[in-house]
Design a binder for this molecule. Structure first.
Ligand code: XUL
Ligand code: CO
Length: 439
């Protein structure tokens, strides 16, 4: 195999004073934070789509990025060269995981049968490359949104032939994920939503989406895929209204259709903010409901209302994210997948490395800060004290379900003036800052 990223060495940890852009300043994979190493806590993954198929196209401009593998005229040669470059990248960066959509790794043919043949050939090749490498598959997924056949959706399309095609595609993508020992399988509802209710049977579309998921659960069992199935919420884009809006709507959907034991969620930071939530809110909501499965690690731009998929460099956000993840006992089968793309102006190969290094360091700082914050118990103590009234007297009765409106009225009538306590928000924000600065 020819070296593609010439001049880029294997990336090492050099510590916080290093001035070397091609070194980790905080991510020290073997350093132990509590019981686990940073590598085990963070479970970083590279997204094949952004990093190896991203071309820097936007609505106003054509490709600003050209990679070595784009120079092969035959799509299958290009696919092979792309995957070779990806494995060189994984090794130099030292990431333990990668993720892909079926169409990121192999091109469509002129029929579904030909498309599947292409995918099988590249899967075999990936399997071969994985044997000599230190990288595993975090998750696989199917691209059910790029091709014009999915213009009105896939499992929620008004056309049953599209539903069938999507099912065939997911069947194959699950087989491929199993063949590569993928630890999870992701469903992001690409165009599963609507543009206008004037032409949409929302009830049928949602019922169909549930039928599709039930078929996926059945098929996973049939082929012996024991990985975690994940749904990735997103409120809008590409459709005006996506059905998997946020964690709360995904949970309601799963419970309605009896799917809640089979799925967890893959939370993406920029999707959370598009839904009007913080990243921490979505992680927290998933955690307290037992469905926090995996994370698409990126960040949006507060001034832009779309999915900018930037590399995560905001330490406040990574710290609060790691705080939730640690409280979840880690991500278990999940990981931190960089569903992030370099800016259009960052078009060199070197930018790909520097962007991932920035993201990995930001999460390493977040991990260190969150670990110490949790160890201190500062937030837990404050929250516990804030709700202390539920530990005795009338509060304890409310909690135990041993009272009702009548008794509560009696209580309220005899109680004197209610005395509330300060929420001490600014004090707590300052404590979080202290831990970030000490990380
Ligand atoms: C789209 C997105 C996807 C999913 C996988 O916004 O996040 O890349 O992560 O289909
Ligand atoms: Co994503």
């Amino acid at each position: 195999m020819q070296e593609v990223f010439k001049g880029i060495p294997v990336i090492h940890y050099e510590g916080r004073t290093s001035q070397n852009p091609l070194a980790f300043k905080y991510y020290n994979p073997d350093e132990k934070i509590g019981e686990k190493t940073m590598r085990e806590h963070l479970r970083f993954s590279v997204a094949v789509w952004h990093t190896f198929t991203g071309k820097g196209v936007d609505p106003f401009g054509s490709a600003s990025i050209r990679r070595a593998w784009d120079n092969y005229p035959q799509p299958m040669d290009q696919a092979k060269a792309r995957i070779e470059a990806a494995f060189e990248f994984f090794a130099k960066l030292g990431v333990p995981y990668f993720c892909f959509h079926d169409r990121d790794i192999a091109p469509e043919g002129s029929t579904l049968a030909e498309t599947n043949k292409n995918l099988e050939a590249i899967t075999d090749y990936i399997k071969e490359l994985m044997q000599g490498a230190n990288v595993k598959l975090l998750w696989g997924t199917a691209n059910l949104f790029g091709h014009p056949r999915f213009v009105h959706g896939a499992a929620t399309a008004p056309n049953a032939d599209v539903f069938a095609y999507a099912a065939a595609q997911v069947k194959k993508a699950m087989e491929v994920t199993l063949a590569l020992d993928g630890e999870n399988y992701v469903f992001w509802g690409g165009r599963e939503g609507y543009e206008t209710l004037l032409n949409t049977d929302m009830e049928l579309e949602q019922d169909n989406l549930a039928r599709f998921f039930h078929m996926a659960v059945d098929y996973a069992k049939e082929i012996g895929f024991s990985g975690q199935l994940l749904i990735e919420p997103k409120p809008k884009e590409p459709t005006k209204h996506q059905y998997d809006f946020d964690v709360a709507s995904v949970l309601a959907f799963l419970r309605k259709y009896g799917l809640d034991k089979d799925f967890k969620v893959n939370i993406e930071a920029n999707h959370a903010t598009l839904a009007g939530h913080t990243f921490q809110h979505e992680l927290h909501y998933a955690r307290i409901n037992g469905v926090l499965g995996s994370v698409d690690a990126n960040q949006g731009d507060e001034l832009l209302g779309w999915d900018t998929d930037q590399f995560p460099t905001n330490l406040y956000s990574t710290t609060l994210a790691m705080y939730e993840i640690l409280k979840n006992g880690g991500l278990h089968k999940g990981g931190l997948n960089f569903d992030a793309k370099v800016r259009r102006g960052s078009f060199t190969d070197r930018d790909l490395f520097e962007a991932h290094i920035a993201g990995m360091d930001a999460f390493a700082v977040g991990l260190k800060a969150a670990y110490k914050l949790l160890e201190s118990g500062a937030l837990e103590k404050a929250v516990e004290a804030r709700y202390a009234s539920y530990k005795q007297g009338i509060g304890q009765k409310i909690r135990a379900g041993k009272t009702g409106f009548k008794e509560l009225e009696e209580y309220a009538l005899t109680e004197g003036a209610i005395e509330n306590e300060s929420g001490r928000q600014e004090r707590l924000e300052s404590i979080v800052n202290q831990y970030i600065l000490q990380a």
